[in-house]
Ligand binder design. Sequence first.
Ligand SMILES: CC(C)(COP(=O)(O)OP(=O)(O)OC[C@H]1O[C@@H](n2cnc3c(N)ncnc32)[C@H](O)[C@@H]1OP(=O)(O)O)[C@@H](O)C(=O)NCCC(=O)NCCS
Length: 218
Amino acid sequence: MDALVIVGAGGHGRELLEVVEAVNKVEPTYDILGVLDDGEPDLDLLATYGVRHLGPVSLLADLDARYVLGIGSPYARRAIDRAATGWGRVPVTLVHPAAMVGRRVTLGPGSVVCGFASITSNVLTGRHAHVNVAATVGHDCRLGDYTTLAPGARISGAATIGDGATIGSGAVVRQGLTVGAGAVVGAGAVVIRELPAEVVAVGVPAHHRPPVPQLGWY
Ligand SMILES: CC(C)(COP(=O)(O)OP(=O)(O)OC[C@H]1O[C@@H](n2cnc3c(N)ncnc32)[C@H](O)[C@@H]1OP(=O)(O)O)[C@@H](O)C(=O)NCCC(=O)NCCS
């Protein structure tokens, strides 16, 4: 069994605990040491998962354990990944047993695929890409580092989701399009044109305001 810590004890971190439990149920794989979080997690709630709050994220420097990032923000995921890599830590790639991941799909280190998500064929993800519950990714897509597909997002074939981009719940990206790095697609939006980096796009069809420089993905 690999010793594993979940970084982030909020809602997404606890969802990943459920993914680990589901994986372990099929085949005992991970020994969960606990969760790391710089805040003050709800210890009573955590206790219902049978895990402890070990302390702040910086403890990862000294833990002989693999890790997975239970954090929604791509910016936070990138920062922690860089620190963890510097500390010599190696993430795990987690796939819920109820997800459908094709044989010709390559998931980058730290990537997570939640229950009922589907990634079909010839898809490549970068580091710590998160494909949430019931999101779908069509053939030949590229998901960059630290990308987030919220529950039910639909990425049509041969689309490219840039590093750090977030696709909101139930949003649709039409085939072959590129969503720029750090862009955010609002819940329920339908993207029918290329989206530049760092814009926030909403609506059907999706419209965006000018890029928001302070987001600073680069
Ligand atoms: C797009 C989004 C990031 C914008 O958040 P925000 O910057 O806080 O924006 P606000 O709520 O202040 O709304 C700004 C404007 O955009 C509109 N808007 C926001 N989200 C929208 C959406 N999903 N669809 C259509 N319009 C939306 C608001 O009505 C508002 O319009 P107005 O200026 O005419 O009043 C956010 O609403 C969103 O959809 N996030 C994704 C949520 C999600 O999928 N979560 C999954 C978690 S697991």
